[in-house]
Design a protein around this ligand. Structure first.
Ligand SMILES: [Zn+2]
Ligand SMILES: [Zn+2]
Length: 618
């Protein structure tokens, strides 16, 4: 990591005095909040919560770090101090669950080519999604390892890769060339190493060897597999990153080296693949690391124990970076002040105020559950655990209000998602907005209950959901999402609004659940970088291997017309094996809108083949 990078990644720490001075220069707030406390005091409280949660000592609250455990203990302590009761497992504050956090390489990992032996280190690193084992096989050189009909490029054309070890270059043709038939200096998904591995597997290969092309990456050693969760689902074949020297040894019997092989492709502007005369032996051994992480759950008992409302926010973030980071080469705490210390601060402020009311003798109609979820950033894992093993019966949950990134209010714009999930919600969110003196937002509502945060886990179980969000920004998923960039007066208004929503839901009859209309956004399973083919499935991100489990399909989508539905497990897609979400994305990317595809699903123990006509991404 360069010094410049380090400086840019470092959080800007102001002294408390400086911070208070800054706040003093903000317009004075004289309004009172919905429950009668001066809002200005709330904004100080919220700021102290965000600063604590987003401090670097908690290591970006990455699952598997000591920092996130300290954060969980601290959140539980705040809930206890506020007078809440423990709402987790066995009358504790916590719901623990296990997740896969990363991959480590272990000996033996090696490549034998002729008399040479390349071992774990600068000449060889396994790829994180490799399977374990050993294969002795002939070797083929398959250029960049790309099959992309949309770009008229196929490194496998005329090449027999069956039962072979396939040697390929990293990146894609014309990597630094803005006139490249690929997308020039920005990689397409075909440059993704997992895409190359799936492509090799689909061409019958036993193993994949990747090497940095000397043209633009001379001297760069193979990268070690990520310890923080990068692509740990196996791709079903052996896969390793080798040095250019090791690749040269494989190419030598054909009178080639890697630089010349790459130059031939680049100069000719077309694939130059070939079978090599000699065999090699590849051995890979990786271990997937596991960790226990915890949701934090507190509650205020209601008058009617059969009625529950949930207010929640995730408290985990990206740790030191990893695959979801938008500063992928920076190893620094991603402190996540907006994502999502801001949401947790609102939950804790609600605990504080509602707890104070409860101490004065108030009892809500519903049992109010306040939850801080872990594992959101790695696939809504904590909230899925909560809804799969709910601390209170799932049928008793009448609504869930989720907060994710609510600290950057601009132009009074507050996004409220999920208003289509109960018939009463459009009127409710408007009425609460008009009724809270400090709120009066310019509300931007959308109907869908599916979306990339924890409310989706509840919506999947037919619980009406609302999700509050103040919008994305340039610091999203970067170490620069720091506490000093939060708009605390705005956060206090969102806090008032969220609390008024909960209080309003509490005194109303049960909202009527409805299936919401899908948003125009294609969701997370777009076939990006291909032709834009659209199927309209909603994968369950909890199922990690053994096929792609669907939690539903979009109404009127090609998937719905083909007869796909919830609980189907896709195991093949037009001849391509589908073991996990990566395989599925790969398969979609290779097909065109208008094309007819055969999809094999497992349904109630039987394999069923359905035919779908792909659409264009909406
Ligand atoms: Zn988030
Ligand atoms: Zn996030």
């Amino acid at each position: 990591m360069s010094a410049a990078r380090r400086a840019r990644a470092g959080p800007v720490l102001l002294s408390l005095a400086a911070a208070l001075a800054l706040m003093g220069s903000a317009p004075a707030r004289t309004g009172r909040s919905a429950t009668g406390l001066p809002a200005a005091r709330d904004s100080l409280l919220l700021e102290s919560y965000v600063r604590t949660l987003a401090s670097v000592r908690w290591e970006g609250r990455g699952v598997g770090t000591a920092g996130i455990d300290s954060a969980a203990d601290w959140i539980a302590a705040r809930m206890r101090a506020a007078g809440l009761r423990p709402g987790g497992e066995g009358s504790s504050w916590f719901e623990p669950f296990e997740v896969t956090t990363g991959v480590v390489a272990e000996a033996p990992c090696e490549l034998r080519a002729g008399a040479e032996r390349y071992v774990l280190g600068d000449s060889l690193q396994p790829l994180g999604f490799s399977s374990n084992g050993s294969a002795h096989a002939r070797v083929v050189f398959a250029g960049y390892g790309i099959t992309a009909p949309g770009y008229q490029w196929d490194d496998y054309a005329g090449l027999d890769a069956h039962d072979a070890l396939v040697l390929v270059l990293t990146q894609e043709p014309g990597e630094m060339d803005s006139t490249s038939r690929f997308d020039g200096a920005i990689n397409t998904p075909f440059a993704d190493l997992r895409t190359k591995a799936i492509n090799a597997r689909e061409h019958g290969a036993l193993g994949l060897l990747v090497a940095n092309g000397p043209r633009w990456h001379a001297g760069e050693p193979p990268r070690a597999p990520a310890r923080d969760g990068e692509g740990y689902m196996t791709s079903g074949l052996l896969a390793a990153w080798i040095s250019a020297g090791a690749a040269d040894a494989l190419l030598a019997p054909a009178g080639l080296d890697l630089a010349r092989a790459q130059d031939a492709i680049e100069a000719g502007g077309q694939p130059r693949s070939l079978a090599l005369p000699d065999s090699a032996t590849l051995t890979v051994n990786v271990r997937r690391t596991r960790a226990t992480t915890r949701n934090v759950v507190g509650l205020i008992p209601g008058r009617d124990s059969s009625r529950t409302l949930v207010l929640g926010a995730h408290y985990d973030h990206l740790g030191y970076g990893g695959p979801s980071s938008l500063a992928p080469n920076v190893h620094a705490p991603h402190v996540g002040a907006d994502d999502n210390a801001s949401g947790v601060a609102v939950v804790l402020a609600a605990a504080q105020r509602l707890g104070a009311r409860a101490r004065r003798g108030w009892r809500p109609e519903h049992t109010l559950v306040l939850a801080a979820f872990s594992g959101e950033e790695i696939g809504l894992v904590g909230s899925s655990h909560f809804t799969d093993e709910p601390p209170r019966p799932i049928e008793s949950i009448e609504a869930m209000v989720n907060l994710d990134m609510v600290g950057r209010l601009r132009d009074d714009k507050l996004q409220v998602m999920g208003v289509g999930t109960a018939t009463e919600f459009p009127a409710l969110v408007a009425a609460v907005n008009a009724g809270v003196p400090d709120a009066r937002f310019d509300l931007k509502t959308s109907e869908d209950g599916y979306g990339p945060s924890d409310h989706q886990s509840f919506y999947k179980k037919n619980v009406p959901v609302l999700m509050l969000f103040t919008g994305a920004h340039a610091d999203y998923h970067k170490p620069s999402d720091t506490w000093d960039k939060i708009h605390y007066a705005g956060l206090a208004r969102v806090s008032d609004y969220a609390q008024a929503l909960v209080e309003s839901l509490d005194v109303r009859p049960r909202p009527t659940f409805t299936k919401a209309k899908a948003d125009a956004s294609p969701g997370r399973i777009a076939g990006g970088g291909g032709y834009g083919a659209y199927l309209g499935t909603i994968p369950d991100y909890m199922q990690t291997e053994g096929g792609v489990l669907l939690s539903g399909v979009r109404d009127g989508s090609p998937a719905a017309k083909a007869g796909l539905g919830a609980n189907d497990v896709i195991v093949r897609f037009d001849g391509i094996r589908v073991d996990n979400i990566y395989d599925y994305t790969f398969a979609l990317r290779t097909r065109k809108p208008g094309q007819e595809v055969r999809i094999t699903v497992k349904r109630a123990g039987q394999e069923v083949v359905l035919t779908a006509t792909l659409g264009r991404r909406p």
